[in-house]
Ligand binder design. Structure first.
Ligand code: HEC
Ligand SMILES: [Cu+2]
Length: 345
């Protein structure tokens, strides 16, 4: 009997008292850290957006953001600081505490499609070093499209278009390797190079397109281990979160948020319409092989980084890492190439 009691006491200590004490200590600790509390309100842009949308803190200062979302569900991310709050529900306050260790400008954004203007919901946290308030701006290499002098606004029709959807799986079974750095070349040009190679005469056009699809898939990640965290899976996640509302879940350019973009009316009178580059007048259709296969990854990356085009396509340079960007471009190709992914049609 006595022994049982003793055992029970131990069990109680391990499973109840100790965690409770630890938890209490933690709660205590976070309220006495001396963090500066900053209230941040998330509303859809039509209701005022982020308030405030610029926050200044000092290097090394402990900051606690208290985020409320009065109107609808929002999300919050400071990607450069690896801070994410997936869901801020109306009526709740989400708290997040951090110390910004390095001076800089850290853009933040909403990560939920709260409204058609959701993508405008951005702000910035400026981390200032009081001892060095005006540090020289960091030198960032210009994006590849500028380094390579590519005019990303020029029309990019494909010179060659496959008769059927190229399949990476079929391409993998053909013993043809594709040389060179694919990022700067369009799939259409790579196809033309293969087609012009006398050694590949025996292959049909369809087979060579399969080879191109496989080469692109391989360049975008590791097709041997298409796990939940493969580059393509990560790209797919970002696409659903940030792009599908305009470009459509199936990439067809028919997402609900893409219908009434501010720049669309102006686009219809754009002189570039004359050569058909903008005939679609909305978010790009990623399933359109005649357009997409004429663009290199560097060109697509340039458009994603810079955004604009006078259309309302947002810029993403300040929110994405290089890896994010390439994961996304890799994934976007799956709307034309069959990569064997279940979510691309
Ligand atoms: C607010 C709506 C909107 C959102 C959100 C959006 N786009 Fe766009 N995007 C557009 C529009 C409109 C165009 C067409 C511009 C043009 O034709 O020049 C476009 C064009 C593009 C192009 C150029 C395609 C080509 O053939 O030249 C790429 C690539 C692209 N978007 C990628 C993305 C990615 C990746 C995301 C998510 C990170 C994204 N977009 C989010 C509206 C949007
Ligand atoms: Cu939002």
């Amino acid at each position: 009997m006595k022994r049982e009691l003793f055992a029970l006491t131990i069990v109680f200590l391990i499973f109840v008292a100790f965690p409770a004490a630890l938890f209490g200590y933690q709660a205590q600790r976070t309220t006495t850290t001396g963090a500066r509390v900053i209230a941040l309100t998330a509303n859809a842009p039509a209701n005022g957006g982020w308030q405030p949308d610029a926050i200044r803190v000092n290097v090394g200062e402990r900051v606690r953001l208290r985020i409320a979302a009065p109107d609808v569900v929002h999300g919050f991310a400071i990607p450069a600081l690896d801070i994410y709050v997936d869901e801020i529900l109306p009526g709740h306050v989400e708290e997040i505490e951090f110390v910004a260790a390095r001076a800089g400008r850290y853009p933040f954004a909403c990560t939920r499609w709260c409204s058609v203007d959701h993508w405008r919901m951005r702000g910035v946290i400026e981390v200032i070093d009081p001892g060095n308030p005006d540090p020289p701006l960091p030198t960032i290499a210009p994006p590849l499209y500028q380094q390579m002098n590519i005019d990303i606004d020029a029309p990019h029709p494909a010179q060659n278009v496959p008769a059927q959807r190229p399949s990476a799986a079929r391409g993998a079974r053909l013993d043809v390797s594709v040389p060179g750095d694919l990022r700067a070349q369009s799939p259409s040009n790579v196809f033309a190079e293969l087609r012009g190679d006398p050694a590949l005469k025996a292959y049909s056009d369809g087979q060579l397109w399969d080879v191109v699809a496989f080469a692109w898939k391989r360049a975008s990640g590791d097709p041997a281990s298409p796990g939940a965290d493969s580059a393509l899976a990560r790209g797919s996640k970002l696409f659903v979160r940030d792009c599908a509302a305009c470009h459509g879940e199936t990439g067809k350019g028919n997402g609900p948020a893409g219908r009434n973009l501010p720049g669309l009316a102006a686009m219809q009178t754009d002189s570039r319409m004359a050569h058909g580059a903008y005939a679609k007048r909305g978010p790009a259709d990623f399933t359109d092989a005649a357009q997409m296969l004429g663009a290199s990854d560097v060109l697509l990356q340039g458009k994603v980084l810079r955004g604009g085009m006078g259309t309302g396509m947002p810029e993403w340079r300040t929110l994405y890492s290089d890896q994010d960007m390439w994961d996304l471009i890799g994934f976007i190709r799956s709307f034309v190439f069959d990569y064997g992914m279940s979510n691309a049609k």
